[in-house]
Design a protein around this ligand. Structure first.
Ligand SMILES: [Ca+2]
Ligand SMILES: [Ca+2]
Length: 592
């Protein structure tokens, strides 16, 4: 009898625990009326996971407006011992609702304008990251940049390269990520010019200047990229190195010492085509084209966009785009970032993607046939960005995360080129979708900066849908967007401060956030979840407080809203810019 009582008690506890820890995860921003709409029900640690689940959607008065519907099980994923996809796509009326699956509930919103202001919010983070004059601090940041160094670290000369953006919560700066970010924002302006506001001036200070704020920010990037390519024969690739990580300072009072005094000049690494690293570790650089191609792409698109604004910079950009491209032709191969004291660097292994994008944009700019021919040839060398379909990849091994060159080629090519470019995207999407047979419909590898991959998958899927008129990946495109804004095991948006009334990262790896509160870096996209093995093996990671998400960190991937976890909770500049394009594509044009 006692045994039976204990058995019943433990059974009751188990069922109770299962009910207590089942959660509904949704896109907290909301859903567009014509988009797929699927919430994910996730049971954690419960054995009560068999069978279908019934759910309804209620309006604000509690009236059932959708369902009951039955959701089939979609298997275990990460911490979820079982998942169910609660598909309410057929509900298209704009309103606020509650999804209810047997008493487990979540608010949800449908409206045409759910993404209004999204790109503007992301741009807040870009402005906060500015080097040179910084509108957040209202002060100059790293104005002594920098000393160009040789392979041994010896100073060759001083070059004025202050400007650009800090890459993440450290203050290193890279042309690879900055040129890609610049291109992404130029592309957002070109394709969706009316979805971003004009609330800030060119210097990032509040006040209109008659220019879209996304174009203001892109132009800030262009200015720095020009400084990093001052002559037509030498490209500078990187500003600072990981000696930056010694101190936790604000950018305005950075006391990093590169051997020339605390807070003084920072080293400028040129692209040499040779392995670099002045201490124990070296990168595996083989050429210049990966960086040259990105510079050329940003300059060529900026020349097109700024020419229509009668901007006096346009002729120079046209010249620089061609000059950078010729350097890439002469020195094929990759120009990786340089490690300092730690073995980490951006291990980019591909460069034909960068030259393809440059060639396509140069053709769009000049209409010279040789550029179109080159773009087609480069495109065929790497139809699919290789992380797509893979389990893992090295840090920034395949960068940019999606190949905007195929879309650029589609815009300028013949019917045959267009269908080929679309087929390249389709192959990549198929490879990811093949791995996405889970309740969250995600198939990316959870390497460091997984959110970058998620944004890029969604962007490639969105572009492909536009290019081919083919909806077959729509559910997966939406699932990636939903993941970024809360339809993930942790139920958190991956963007700091957005949407403001939802769950988002409050304790990011950032000195600025630590000193001024997380709202100071509103708009920053954090790295996102990683494989447990990555978190366990990176150097210097220790959580600073108890893990609020411990119940959801029991699976193969982990995410911590904790300052101490630089692998999952550090905002990233290039990822944020990447998301600006996607956000601008999802938003409605503004009324002027
Ligand atoms: Ca503006
Ligand atoms: Ca590349």
């Amino acid at each position: 009898m006692l045994a039976m009582t204990l058995l019943l008690a433990s059974l009751a506890w188990f069922l109770g625990a299962g009910a207590d820890t089942a959660v509904i995860r949704v896109n907290q921003v909301g859903y567009l009326p014509d988009a797929p709409k699927v919430a994910v029900l996730c049971a954690v640690g419960s054995r009560d996971t068999a069978g279908t689940r019934r759910f309804v959607v209620r309006d604000r008065t509690g009236r059932v407006v959708f369902g009951p519907r039955t959701a089939p099980t979609t298997g275990a994923f990460g911490p979820c011992s079982q998942t169910w996809r609660l598909d309410f796509s057929a509900l298209r009326t704009s309103a606020r609702y509650t999804i209810d699956a047997g008493g487990i509930t979540s608010p949800v919103r449908i409206a045409r304008d759910v993404y209004a202001g999204a790109a503007d919010t992301l741009l807040h983070y870009m402005r906060e990251q500015r080097s040179g004059w910084n509108p957040f601090f209202r002060d100059s940041v790293h104005r002594l940049d920098g000393y160009v160094i040789d392979d041994t670290g010896r100073v060759v000369k001083f070059e004025r390269v202050s400007g650009g953006w800090a890459d993440a919560s450290d203050y290193l700066q890279y042309v690879a990520t900055s040129a890609t970010a610049t291109y992404d924002m130029l592309m957002a302006y070109r394709d969706h010019p009316r979805t971003v506001a004009d609330d800030f001036g060119a210097d990032g200070v509040a006040g209109r200047n008659g220019v879209s704020d996304v174009l203001d920010e892109a132009r800030h990037g262009v200015d720095w990229l020009l400084r990093m390519f001052p002559s037509d024969s030498e490209i500078y690739n990187q500003l600072g190195d990981d000696r930056d990580h010694t101190y936790l300072d604000l950018p305005t009072t950075d006391t990093s010492d590169y051997g020339w005094g605390k807070g003084k000049q920072r080293p400028v690494y040129p692209c040499t085509g040779r392995p670099q690293g002045i201490f124990r570790f070296q990168n595996r650089s083989t050429g210049v084209a990966s960086t040259a191609g990105k510079l050329s792409s940003a300059f060529a698109l900026a020349a097109q966009v700024l020419a229509s604004h009668a901007d006096s910079l346009a002729p120079l950009l046209r010249h620089k785009a061609a000059a950078a491209y010729e350097l890439g032709r002469r020195f094929p191969g990759v120009c990786q970032t340089a490690p300092g004291r730690a073995p980490y660097f951006y291990e980019e292994d591909n460069w034909t993607d960068d030259m393809e994008l440059a060639a396509a944009e140069l053709f769009a700019l000049t209409h010279e046939p040789r550029y179109l021919k080159d773009a087609i040839e480069y495109a065929a060398k790497e139809p699919v960005t290789p992380w797509m379909g893979a389990d893992t990849a090295r840090h920034y091994q395949w960068y940019p995360w999606y190949n905007a060159g195929h879309y650029a080629l589609w815009r300028i090519g013949t019917e045959h080129d267009r269908s080929t470019a679309a087929s390249y995207y389709r192959r990549g999407l198929e490879a990811v979708v093949h791995r996405a047979d889970n309740g969250f419909r995600v198939g990316i590898p959870f390497i460091w900066c997984s959110n970058d991959l998620m944004v890029s998958f969604a962007t490639q899927a969105l572009l492909y849908r536009h290019m081919a008129g083919d909806e077959r990946f729509r559910e997966y495109e939406q699932a990636a967007i939903d993941w970024l804004f809360g339809a993930n095991p942790w139920g958190t948006s991956m963007v700091i401060g957005y949407p403001h009334d939802a769950r988002w990262p409050h304790d990011p790896h950032s000195v600025v956030a630590m000193q001024f509160g997380p709202e100071a870096i509103t708009g920053g996209l954090v790295d996102g979840p990683v494989y447990r093995s990555i978190f366990a093996n990176l150097r210097g990671i220790a959580l600073h407080h108890d893990d609020a998400y411990s119940a959801f960190n029991s699976g193969f991937i982990v995410y911590h809203d904790d300052m101490g976890d630089y692998s999952t909770n550090e905002p990233i500049m290039d990822g944020t810019a990447n998301l600006i394009y996607l956000a601008s594509a999802l938003a409605l044009p503004r009324r002027r």
